[in-house]
Write a new protein. Structure first.
Length: 247
């Protein structure tokens, strides 16, 4: 765990956000001690990214929820991550499986994003046991889709971790970082139209459908090419819910 000062949220949870983060969502988890604090997020300079604000003086390396730890990637994660990406059940809403080489490239890319912006797609483990169960976090939306360049909340979990509320719990923490820690005005997500389970998680996060589109990286005619984008705006006093453009 990298160093850094700590702040306590108004709910009493610890947030360590400068120089290497520990953000504790209420209840906390393994390896997230509460220390000090004045009840506020630290002040930091903001530099514009591609469609979102990048707070370069804040880092979010570890986030703890009641049951989960969201953390930076380790070499020990490479084998279970590759196993997850080669599981046809887990990958049924993706156009192809990933082998070990592709999975390793993915981890390297995710770690590089952490180094550049201080947050990203966190490896996900159970707080009580340290068992790796997938990833959750924030990643830029790809080119050619609605919300391109904006920040997406995403997740992928091993099958044995399904139907336990882990994806919603971790994604909620990621959205908290996006709005409360980084200061983003909106968060996006997308998935195949056929992927009803992930759409259900998006709705539980308070997201609303924004647009349907054909994913440019999926070949024409493929059943997974039709996608749907969801969007969530940071709430402000007096604001109503975001208005979806299409279902």
């Amino acid at each position: 765990m990298r160093g850094g000062a700590a702040w306590r949220t108004r709910s009493g949870a610890a947030r360590r956000t400068r120089g290497g983060a520990v953000l504790r969502i209420p209840g906390g988890g393994r390896g997230c001690g509460a220390v000090g604090g004045d009840g506020a997020w630290p002040e930091a300079g903001v530099t514009p990214g591609r469609g979102y604000a990048v707070v370069m003086t804040r880092r979010f390396d570890t986030i703890c929820t009641d049951r989960l730890v969201m953390r930076r990637w380790r070499d020990a994660d490479r084998e279970p991550y590759a196993q997850m990406n080669s599981d046809p059940t887990v990958m049924r809403y993706f156009p192809a499986l990933q082998d070990r080489a592709a999975s390793d490239v993915g981890i390297d890319r995710m770690e590089a994003l952490f180094e550049r912006q201080g947050f990203g797609l966190w490896a996900l483990e159970l707080a009580g046991t340290g068992e790796f169960i997938g990833f959750t976090g924030l990643n830029p939306m790809p080119e050619g889709v609605p919300g391109s360049g904006r920040m997406e909340v995403g997740w992928r979990l091993v099958e044995r971790a399904w139907h336990r509320g882990y994806a919603t719990e971790a994604a909620t923490a990621a959205v908290d970082v996006a709005f409360g820690g980084i200061g983003l005005r909106e968060v996006w997500s997308m998935t195949a139209v056929l992927n009803k389970p992930s759409q259900a998680v998006m709705r539980r996060l308070g997201m609303t459908p924004y647009a349907r589109f054909e994913h440019p990286r999926v070949e024409p005619g493929h059943p997974l090419r039709p996608h749907v984008a969801f969007r969530l705006e940071r709430s402000r006093p007096g604001d109503g819910p975001a208005t979806p453009r299409s279902e």
